[in-house]
Write a protein that binds this ligand. Structure first.
Ligand SMILES: Cc1cc2nc3c(=O)[nH]c(=O)nc-3n(C[C@H](O)[C@H](O)[C@H](O)COP(=O)(O)OP(=O)(O)OC[C@H]3O[C@@H](n4cnc5c(N)ncnc54)[C@H](O)[C@@H]3O)c2cc1C
Length: 381
């Protein structure tokens, strides 16, 4: 197990929620390790290259680590803005314990009162909630509209927007920051609509950037993550399957035949766990005997006391229908569907505080039979 962080693997979802608010301590974040796992841990160790022909990983310092099988699970890094003053410790991102600890300190600093959060995805929205809980003035600046549109669609995204406003968040949609100034005492930001925001610090919640920089030159296809076939085996730049390399989690882009042949990345925890298990199984079986990975993705978020849960891939839906509750209350369930060459397909369901009702839809999406060829039309090379 090689990882550049000094810690053993830990749960990141609380970093924008319970850990940030102080309800969970650092010692409560690590995943429980199976005591029987006879692994060597190389922590605080960055991988700098992969030599496929020699089946070896290059480590920082030039040492090589040979392998028979390799699982790539390097995740993503938080995206930064080239124009933001990265030298300022008033501009933060959140991916690691250290990032979240720094934001926690900034939030609890004696004079800190105002925070600007940039980005309207899950992490941006959750950070807004936690900062409000801590009594801060929060402005959420998002260049698109509505919030979470890319993940949940415009209709449900609009509900999230009104949830945030009701909780006292100043939501600025369809705008972006055009000028950053650090006054020493705080930041002054100018938006493209001419307005000016003064704040103590900014947190960027702009999504993830796959950690594949160290794989450049390895021969693997790494545009937007590590490209995999349906069995999670990595694919090289010539479209050939690499039998001894698999990928999993946020960094892996693979076609889920339950939906179609388009390779996609999914950045959610349960998915990372399930794909890790499947990828390891595929590695041991080899491409010829491995099964396709056809999960129904699941994820959750918590915002201002409301639990948002999803099954499937809502972003694929072209039609939405409220199946239970009402969007005017904060309890409802929305079904997402689309037309395919094989007829209508339910692609997802999203529930606001309706966990039991959601289970039924997970089973329905789960019953849609994978209808594409095992290798996604790519060949097994
Ligand atoms: C603030 C926050 C809140 C979240 N909330 C939710 C949520 O509510 N629900 C949900 O489903 N998901 C949530 N997620 C997403 C979830 O945490 C991720 O999907 C999950 O962590 C992905 O696991 P992974 O193993 O693929 O990658 P990671 O957890 O990112 O692990 C990758 C590891 O590889 C290391 N690494 C990268 N490159 C190298 C290299 N060259 N050499 C050595 N090591 C390297 C990294 O340092 C890291 O330790 C959240 C994420 C964040 C950051």
């Amino acid at each position: 197990m090689v990882g550049e962080e000094p810690h053993r693997p830990y749960s990141r979802p609380p970093l924008s929620k319970q850990y940030l608010s102080g309800r969970l301590a650092e010692q409560q974040l690590p995943f429980r390790a199976d005591a029987a796992l006879d692994a060597h841990w190389l922590l605080d160790t960055r991988m700098t290259g992969l030599d496929l022909a020699k089946s070896a990983i290059e480590l920082r310092g030039g040492e090589y680590l040979p392998f028979d099988g390799l699982v790539l699970a390097t995740g993503v890094d938080a995206k930064r803005l080239p124009e933001a003053p990265v030298f300022s410790d008033r501009v933060r991102t959140v991916r690691t314990i250290e990032d979240a600890a720094a934001i926690r300190r900034a939030m609890h600093a004696a004079r800190a009162r105002r925070v600007v959060i940039l980005g309207g995805g899950f992490i941006g929205c959750e950070l807004a909630c936690t900062a409000r809980e801590n009594g801060m003035d929060v402005t959420l600046v998002v260049h698109s509209a509505p919030l979470l549109r890319r993940v949940l669609g415009a209709r449900v995204g609009a509900v999230v927007g009104s949830l945030q406003r009701r909780a006292g968040v100043d939501v600025r949609l369809g705008t972006k920051i055009t000028d950053w100034q650090d006054h020493g005492d705080g930041l002054r930001l100018r938006l493209d609509d001419g307005s000016v925001l003064d704040c103590d610090f900014v947190v960027l919640g702009l999504g993830g950037q796959p950690r594949t920089e160290w794989l450049r030159g390895s021969g693997l296809e790494i545009s937007d993550g590590v490209l995999c076939g349906p069995t999670c085996h990595a694919v090289d730049q010539w479209g050939r399957t690499t039998p001894h390399v698999v990928a999993a989690g946020d960094v892996a882009r693979w076609p889920n035949p339950r939906f179609d042949t388009e390779p996609r990345r999914i950045e959610h925890l349960i998915h990372a766990v399930e794909m890790g298990q499947h990828a390891a199984d595929s590695l041991l079986r080899g491409p010829g005997r491995a099964a396709r990975f056809t999960p129904v993705p699941r994820f959750w978020s918590e915002q201002h006391g409301i639990r948002i849960q999803a099954v499937g891939i809502p972003a694929l839906g072209t039609d939405t229908e409220v199946m239970a509750g009402s969007m005017r209350s904060d309890r409802f369930l929305v079904r997402y569907s689309r037309q395919t060459a094989y007829g209508p397909q339910i692609v997802a369901a999203v529930a606001f505080d309706m966990p039991l009702e959601l289970l039924r839809y997970r089973d329905q999406i789960g019953r849609t039979l994978p209808h594409t060829r095992a290798d996604g039309g790519r060949g097994r090379g």
